[in-house]
Design a protein around this ligand. Structure first.
Ligand SMILES: Nc1ncnc2c1ncn2[C@@H]1O[C@H](COP(=O)(O)OP(=O)(O)O)[C@@H](O)[C@H]1O
Ligand SMILES: [Mg+2]
Length: 428
């Protein structure tokens, strides 16, 4: 082993695994801080782990920093959005490159985010913080909100508890849903936000900041389900917008990154661009984009973002320039309805132009209809030199997938009913 040890806050999930592999592959010992509630069997590349309660940040900072000092940790990273503030606090305590610990909450708490971004001159949806029923009534009567409006928890992620409501009745149900969608570690407030709906196409901007200098790696087009629950169904990058629009998007995103104190590390900023090219920032997260965006960056642009993030966290120069000029897209597979997964046909295998596939639902297991990003059953990546050809190939592969689900509650007619839920389960 060479160099300092690396500590990941939460080592679960594909992005954390890629960071762990990048670190281990370069000779670093890799350690993890893991939530008390869900201690997994340690991954083979982990040299050790500290188990702590992420819902009690003061104690978690103490326990993690004590562990990190004993193990000679020289870099702390997280791919887990819920832990980005904790990461900033731990980095400060250890004197390692990290984000501003006084502002890091603003990349987690969406009420603070809207406030801080607006104060920095970034265009955000008009937002009202709602504690109770009276606040909700007031917010819905506010002409700056209007219908449709978006109701979301202050501390959520992955679309959990987010609803686009088109009437006061829907808004009331949506508010109850948002209140129940507590953060992953159960430590956040039950407050919710009511937001004006931003009309336009959705994109995200993938950026890496080092010593407060930001490089925008790519703009990503997001495919999202319509209707009340917005689930991401695919990502494609790099997207080239008209130069004036692209410059405006980069300006807004850079200001957003500064305003939430991102100094060293990744950010994923979600924006809506309206038909006039105006950019509204929906949210910013102080982490790499999830949904295999790191894999897309690697295959489309030749940027090893995991190695780069490791270098940023270690305080070394990071390689962020593209070495390829291709295109990549990821498509997510969802269940056509809630129930028991009975069969899967036609899911792509890795091969030329399909560098990555991931299936995570067991045949016979219970699946949900897509309501949040976590309901996605699998994903595959298609890549190549030409954007249109890559998208066509991904569409073709998607059309060949058949996901069969026995709906819950079980249909009285038995197996014959299954075909009603059998169709291509890739959202267009
Ligand atoms: N103000 C808004 N206007 C339009 N769509 C929105 C707005 N807020 C959220 N959405 C939609 O809901 C999705 C999830 O909301 P978001 O704020 O990104 O929460 P999360 O942190 O759970 O991803 C977004 O990707 C977008 O499709
Ligand atoms: Mg989002």
């Amino acid at each position: 082993m060479t160099g300092a040890a690396v500590l990941l806050l939460d080592a679960a999930g594909p992005e954390s695994a890629a960071l762990a592999r990048a670190a281990a592959g370069r000779g670093h010992q890799v350690h993890a801080a893991t939530a008390t509630a869900d201690v997994p069997a340690p991954a083979p590349e982990l040299a050790g782990q500290v188990v702590t309660d992420f819902a009690r940040p003061d104690r978690a900072v103490e326990e993690i920093t004590a562990y990190a000092r004993r193990r000679g940790v020289g870099a702390v990273l997280t791919a887990n959005e819920y832990l980005t503030e904790l990461a900033a606090l731990v980095c400060t305590e250890l004197g390692l490159p990290g984000n501003d610990p006084h502002l890091a909450y603003a990349a987690r708490d969406k009420a603070a985010m809207a406030r801080v971004l607006a104060a920095a001159g970034v265009r955000v949806p008009y937002t009202r913080l709602v504690h109770d029923g009276t606040d909700l009534t007031d917010a819905l009567a506010d002409v700056r909100v209007g219908f449709p409006c978006v109701i979301k928890p202050v501390g959520g992620a992955g679309s959990a508890g987010v609803t686009v409501a088109t009437s006061p009745a829907e808004a009331a149900t949506a508010a109850a849903t948002a209140r129940m969608a507590r953060g992953r570690y159960g430590d956040d407030a039950a407050d919710i936000l009511v937001q004006a709906y931003a009309v336009g196409d959705e994109y995200s901007v993938e950026s890496v900041t080092q010593d407060a200098h930001t490089t925008h790696l790519a703009i990503t087009r997001k495919a999202v389900t319509g209707g009340a629950r917005r689930v991401e169904t695919g990502h494609s990058l790099p997207v080239h917008l008209p130069p004036v629009t692209e410059a405006a998007v980069h300006r807004e995103v850079a200001a957003a990154i500064r305003s939430v104190g991102i100094r060293h590390g990744a950010s994923h900023t979600e924006v809506v661009i309206d038909p006039d090219g105006r950019c509204t920032v929906i949210e910013i997260a102080a982490r790499l984009g999830a949904g295999h965006i790191g894999v897309l960056l690697q295959h489309a642009l030749g940027i090893d973002v995991f190695a780069a993030l490791l270098d940023v966290a270690l305080g070394r120069p990071a390689a962020l320039s593209p070495t390829a000029r291709g295109h990549a897209t990821v498509r997510f597979v969802t269940a056509p309805c809630a129930g028991r997964l009975t069969s899967l046909i036609g899911f792509p295998k890795p091969g030329p132009g399909v560098p990555f596939v991931r299936w995570r639902a067991a045949i016979g297991g219970v699946v949900n209809a897509a309501g949040v990003n976590a309901d996605r059953l699998g994903a595959f990546v298609v890549t190549g030199p030409d954007a249109a050809e890559v998208e066509q190939r991904a569409d073709l592969l998607a059309r060949q997938i058949r996901v069969r689900v026995a709906p819950t509650p079980p249909a009285p007619g038995g197996p014959d009913q299954l075909s009603s839920a059998s169709r291509s389960a890739i959202a267009p």
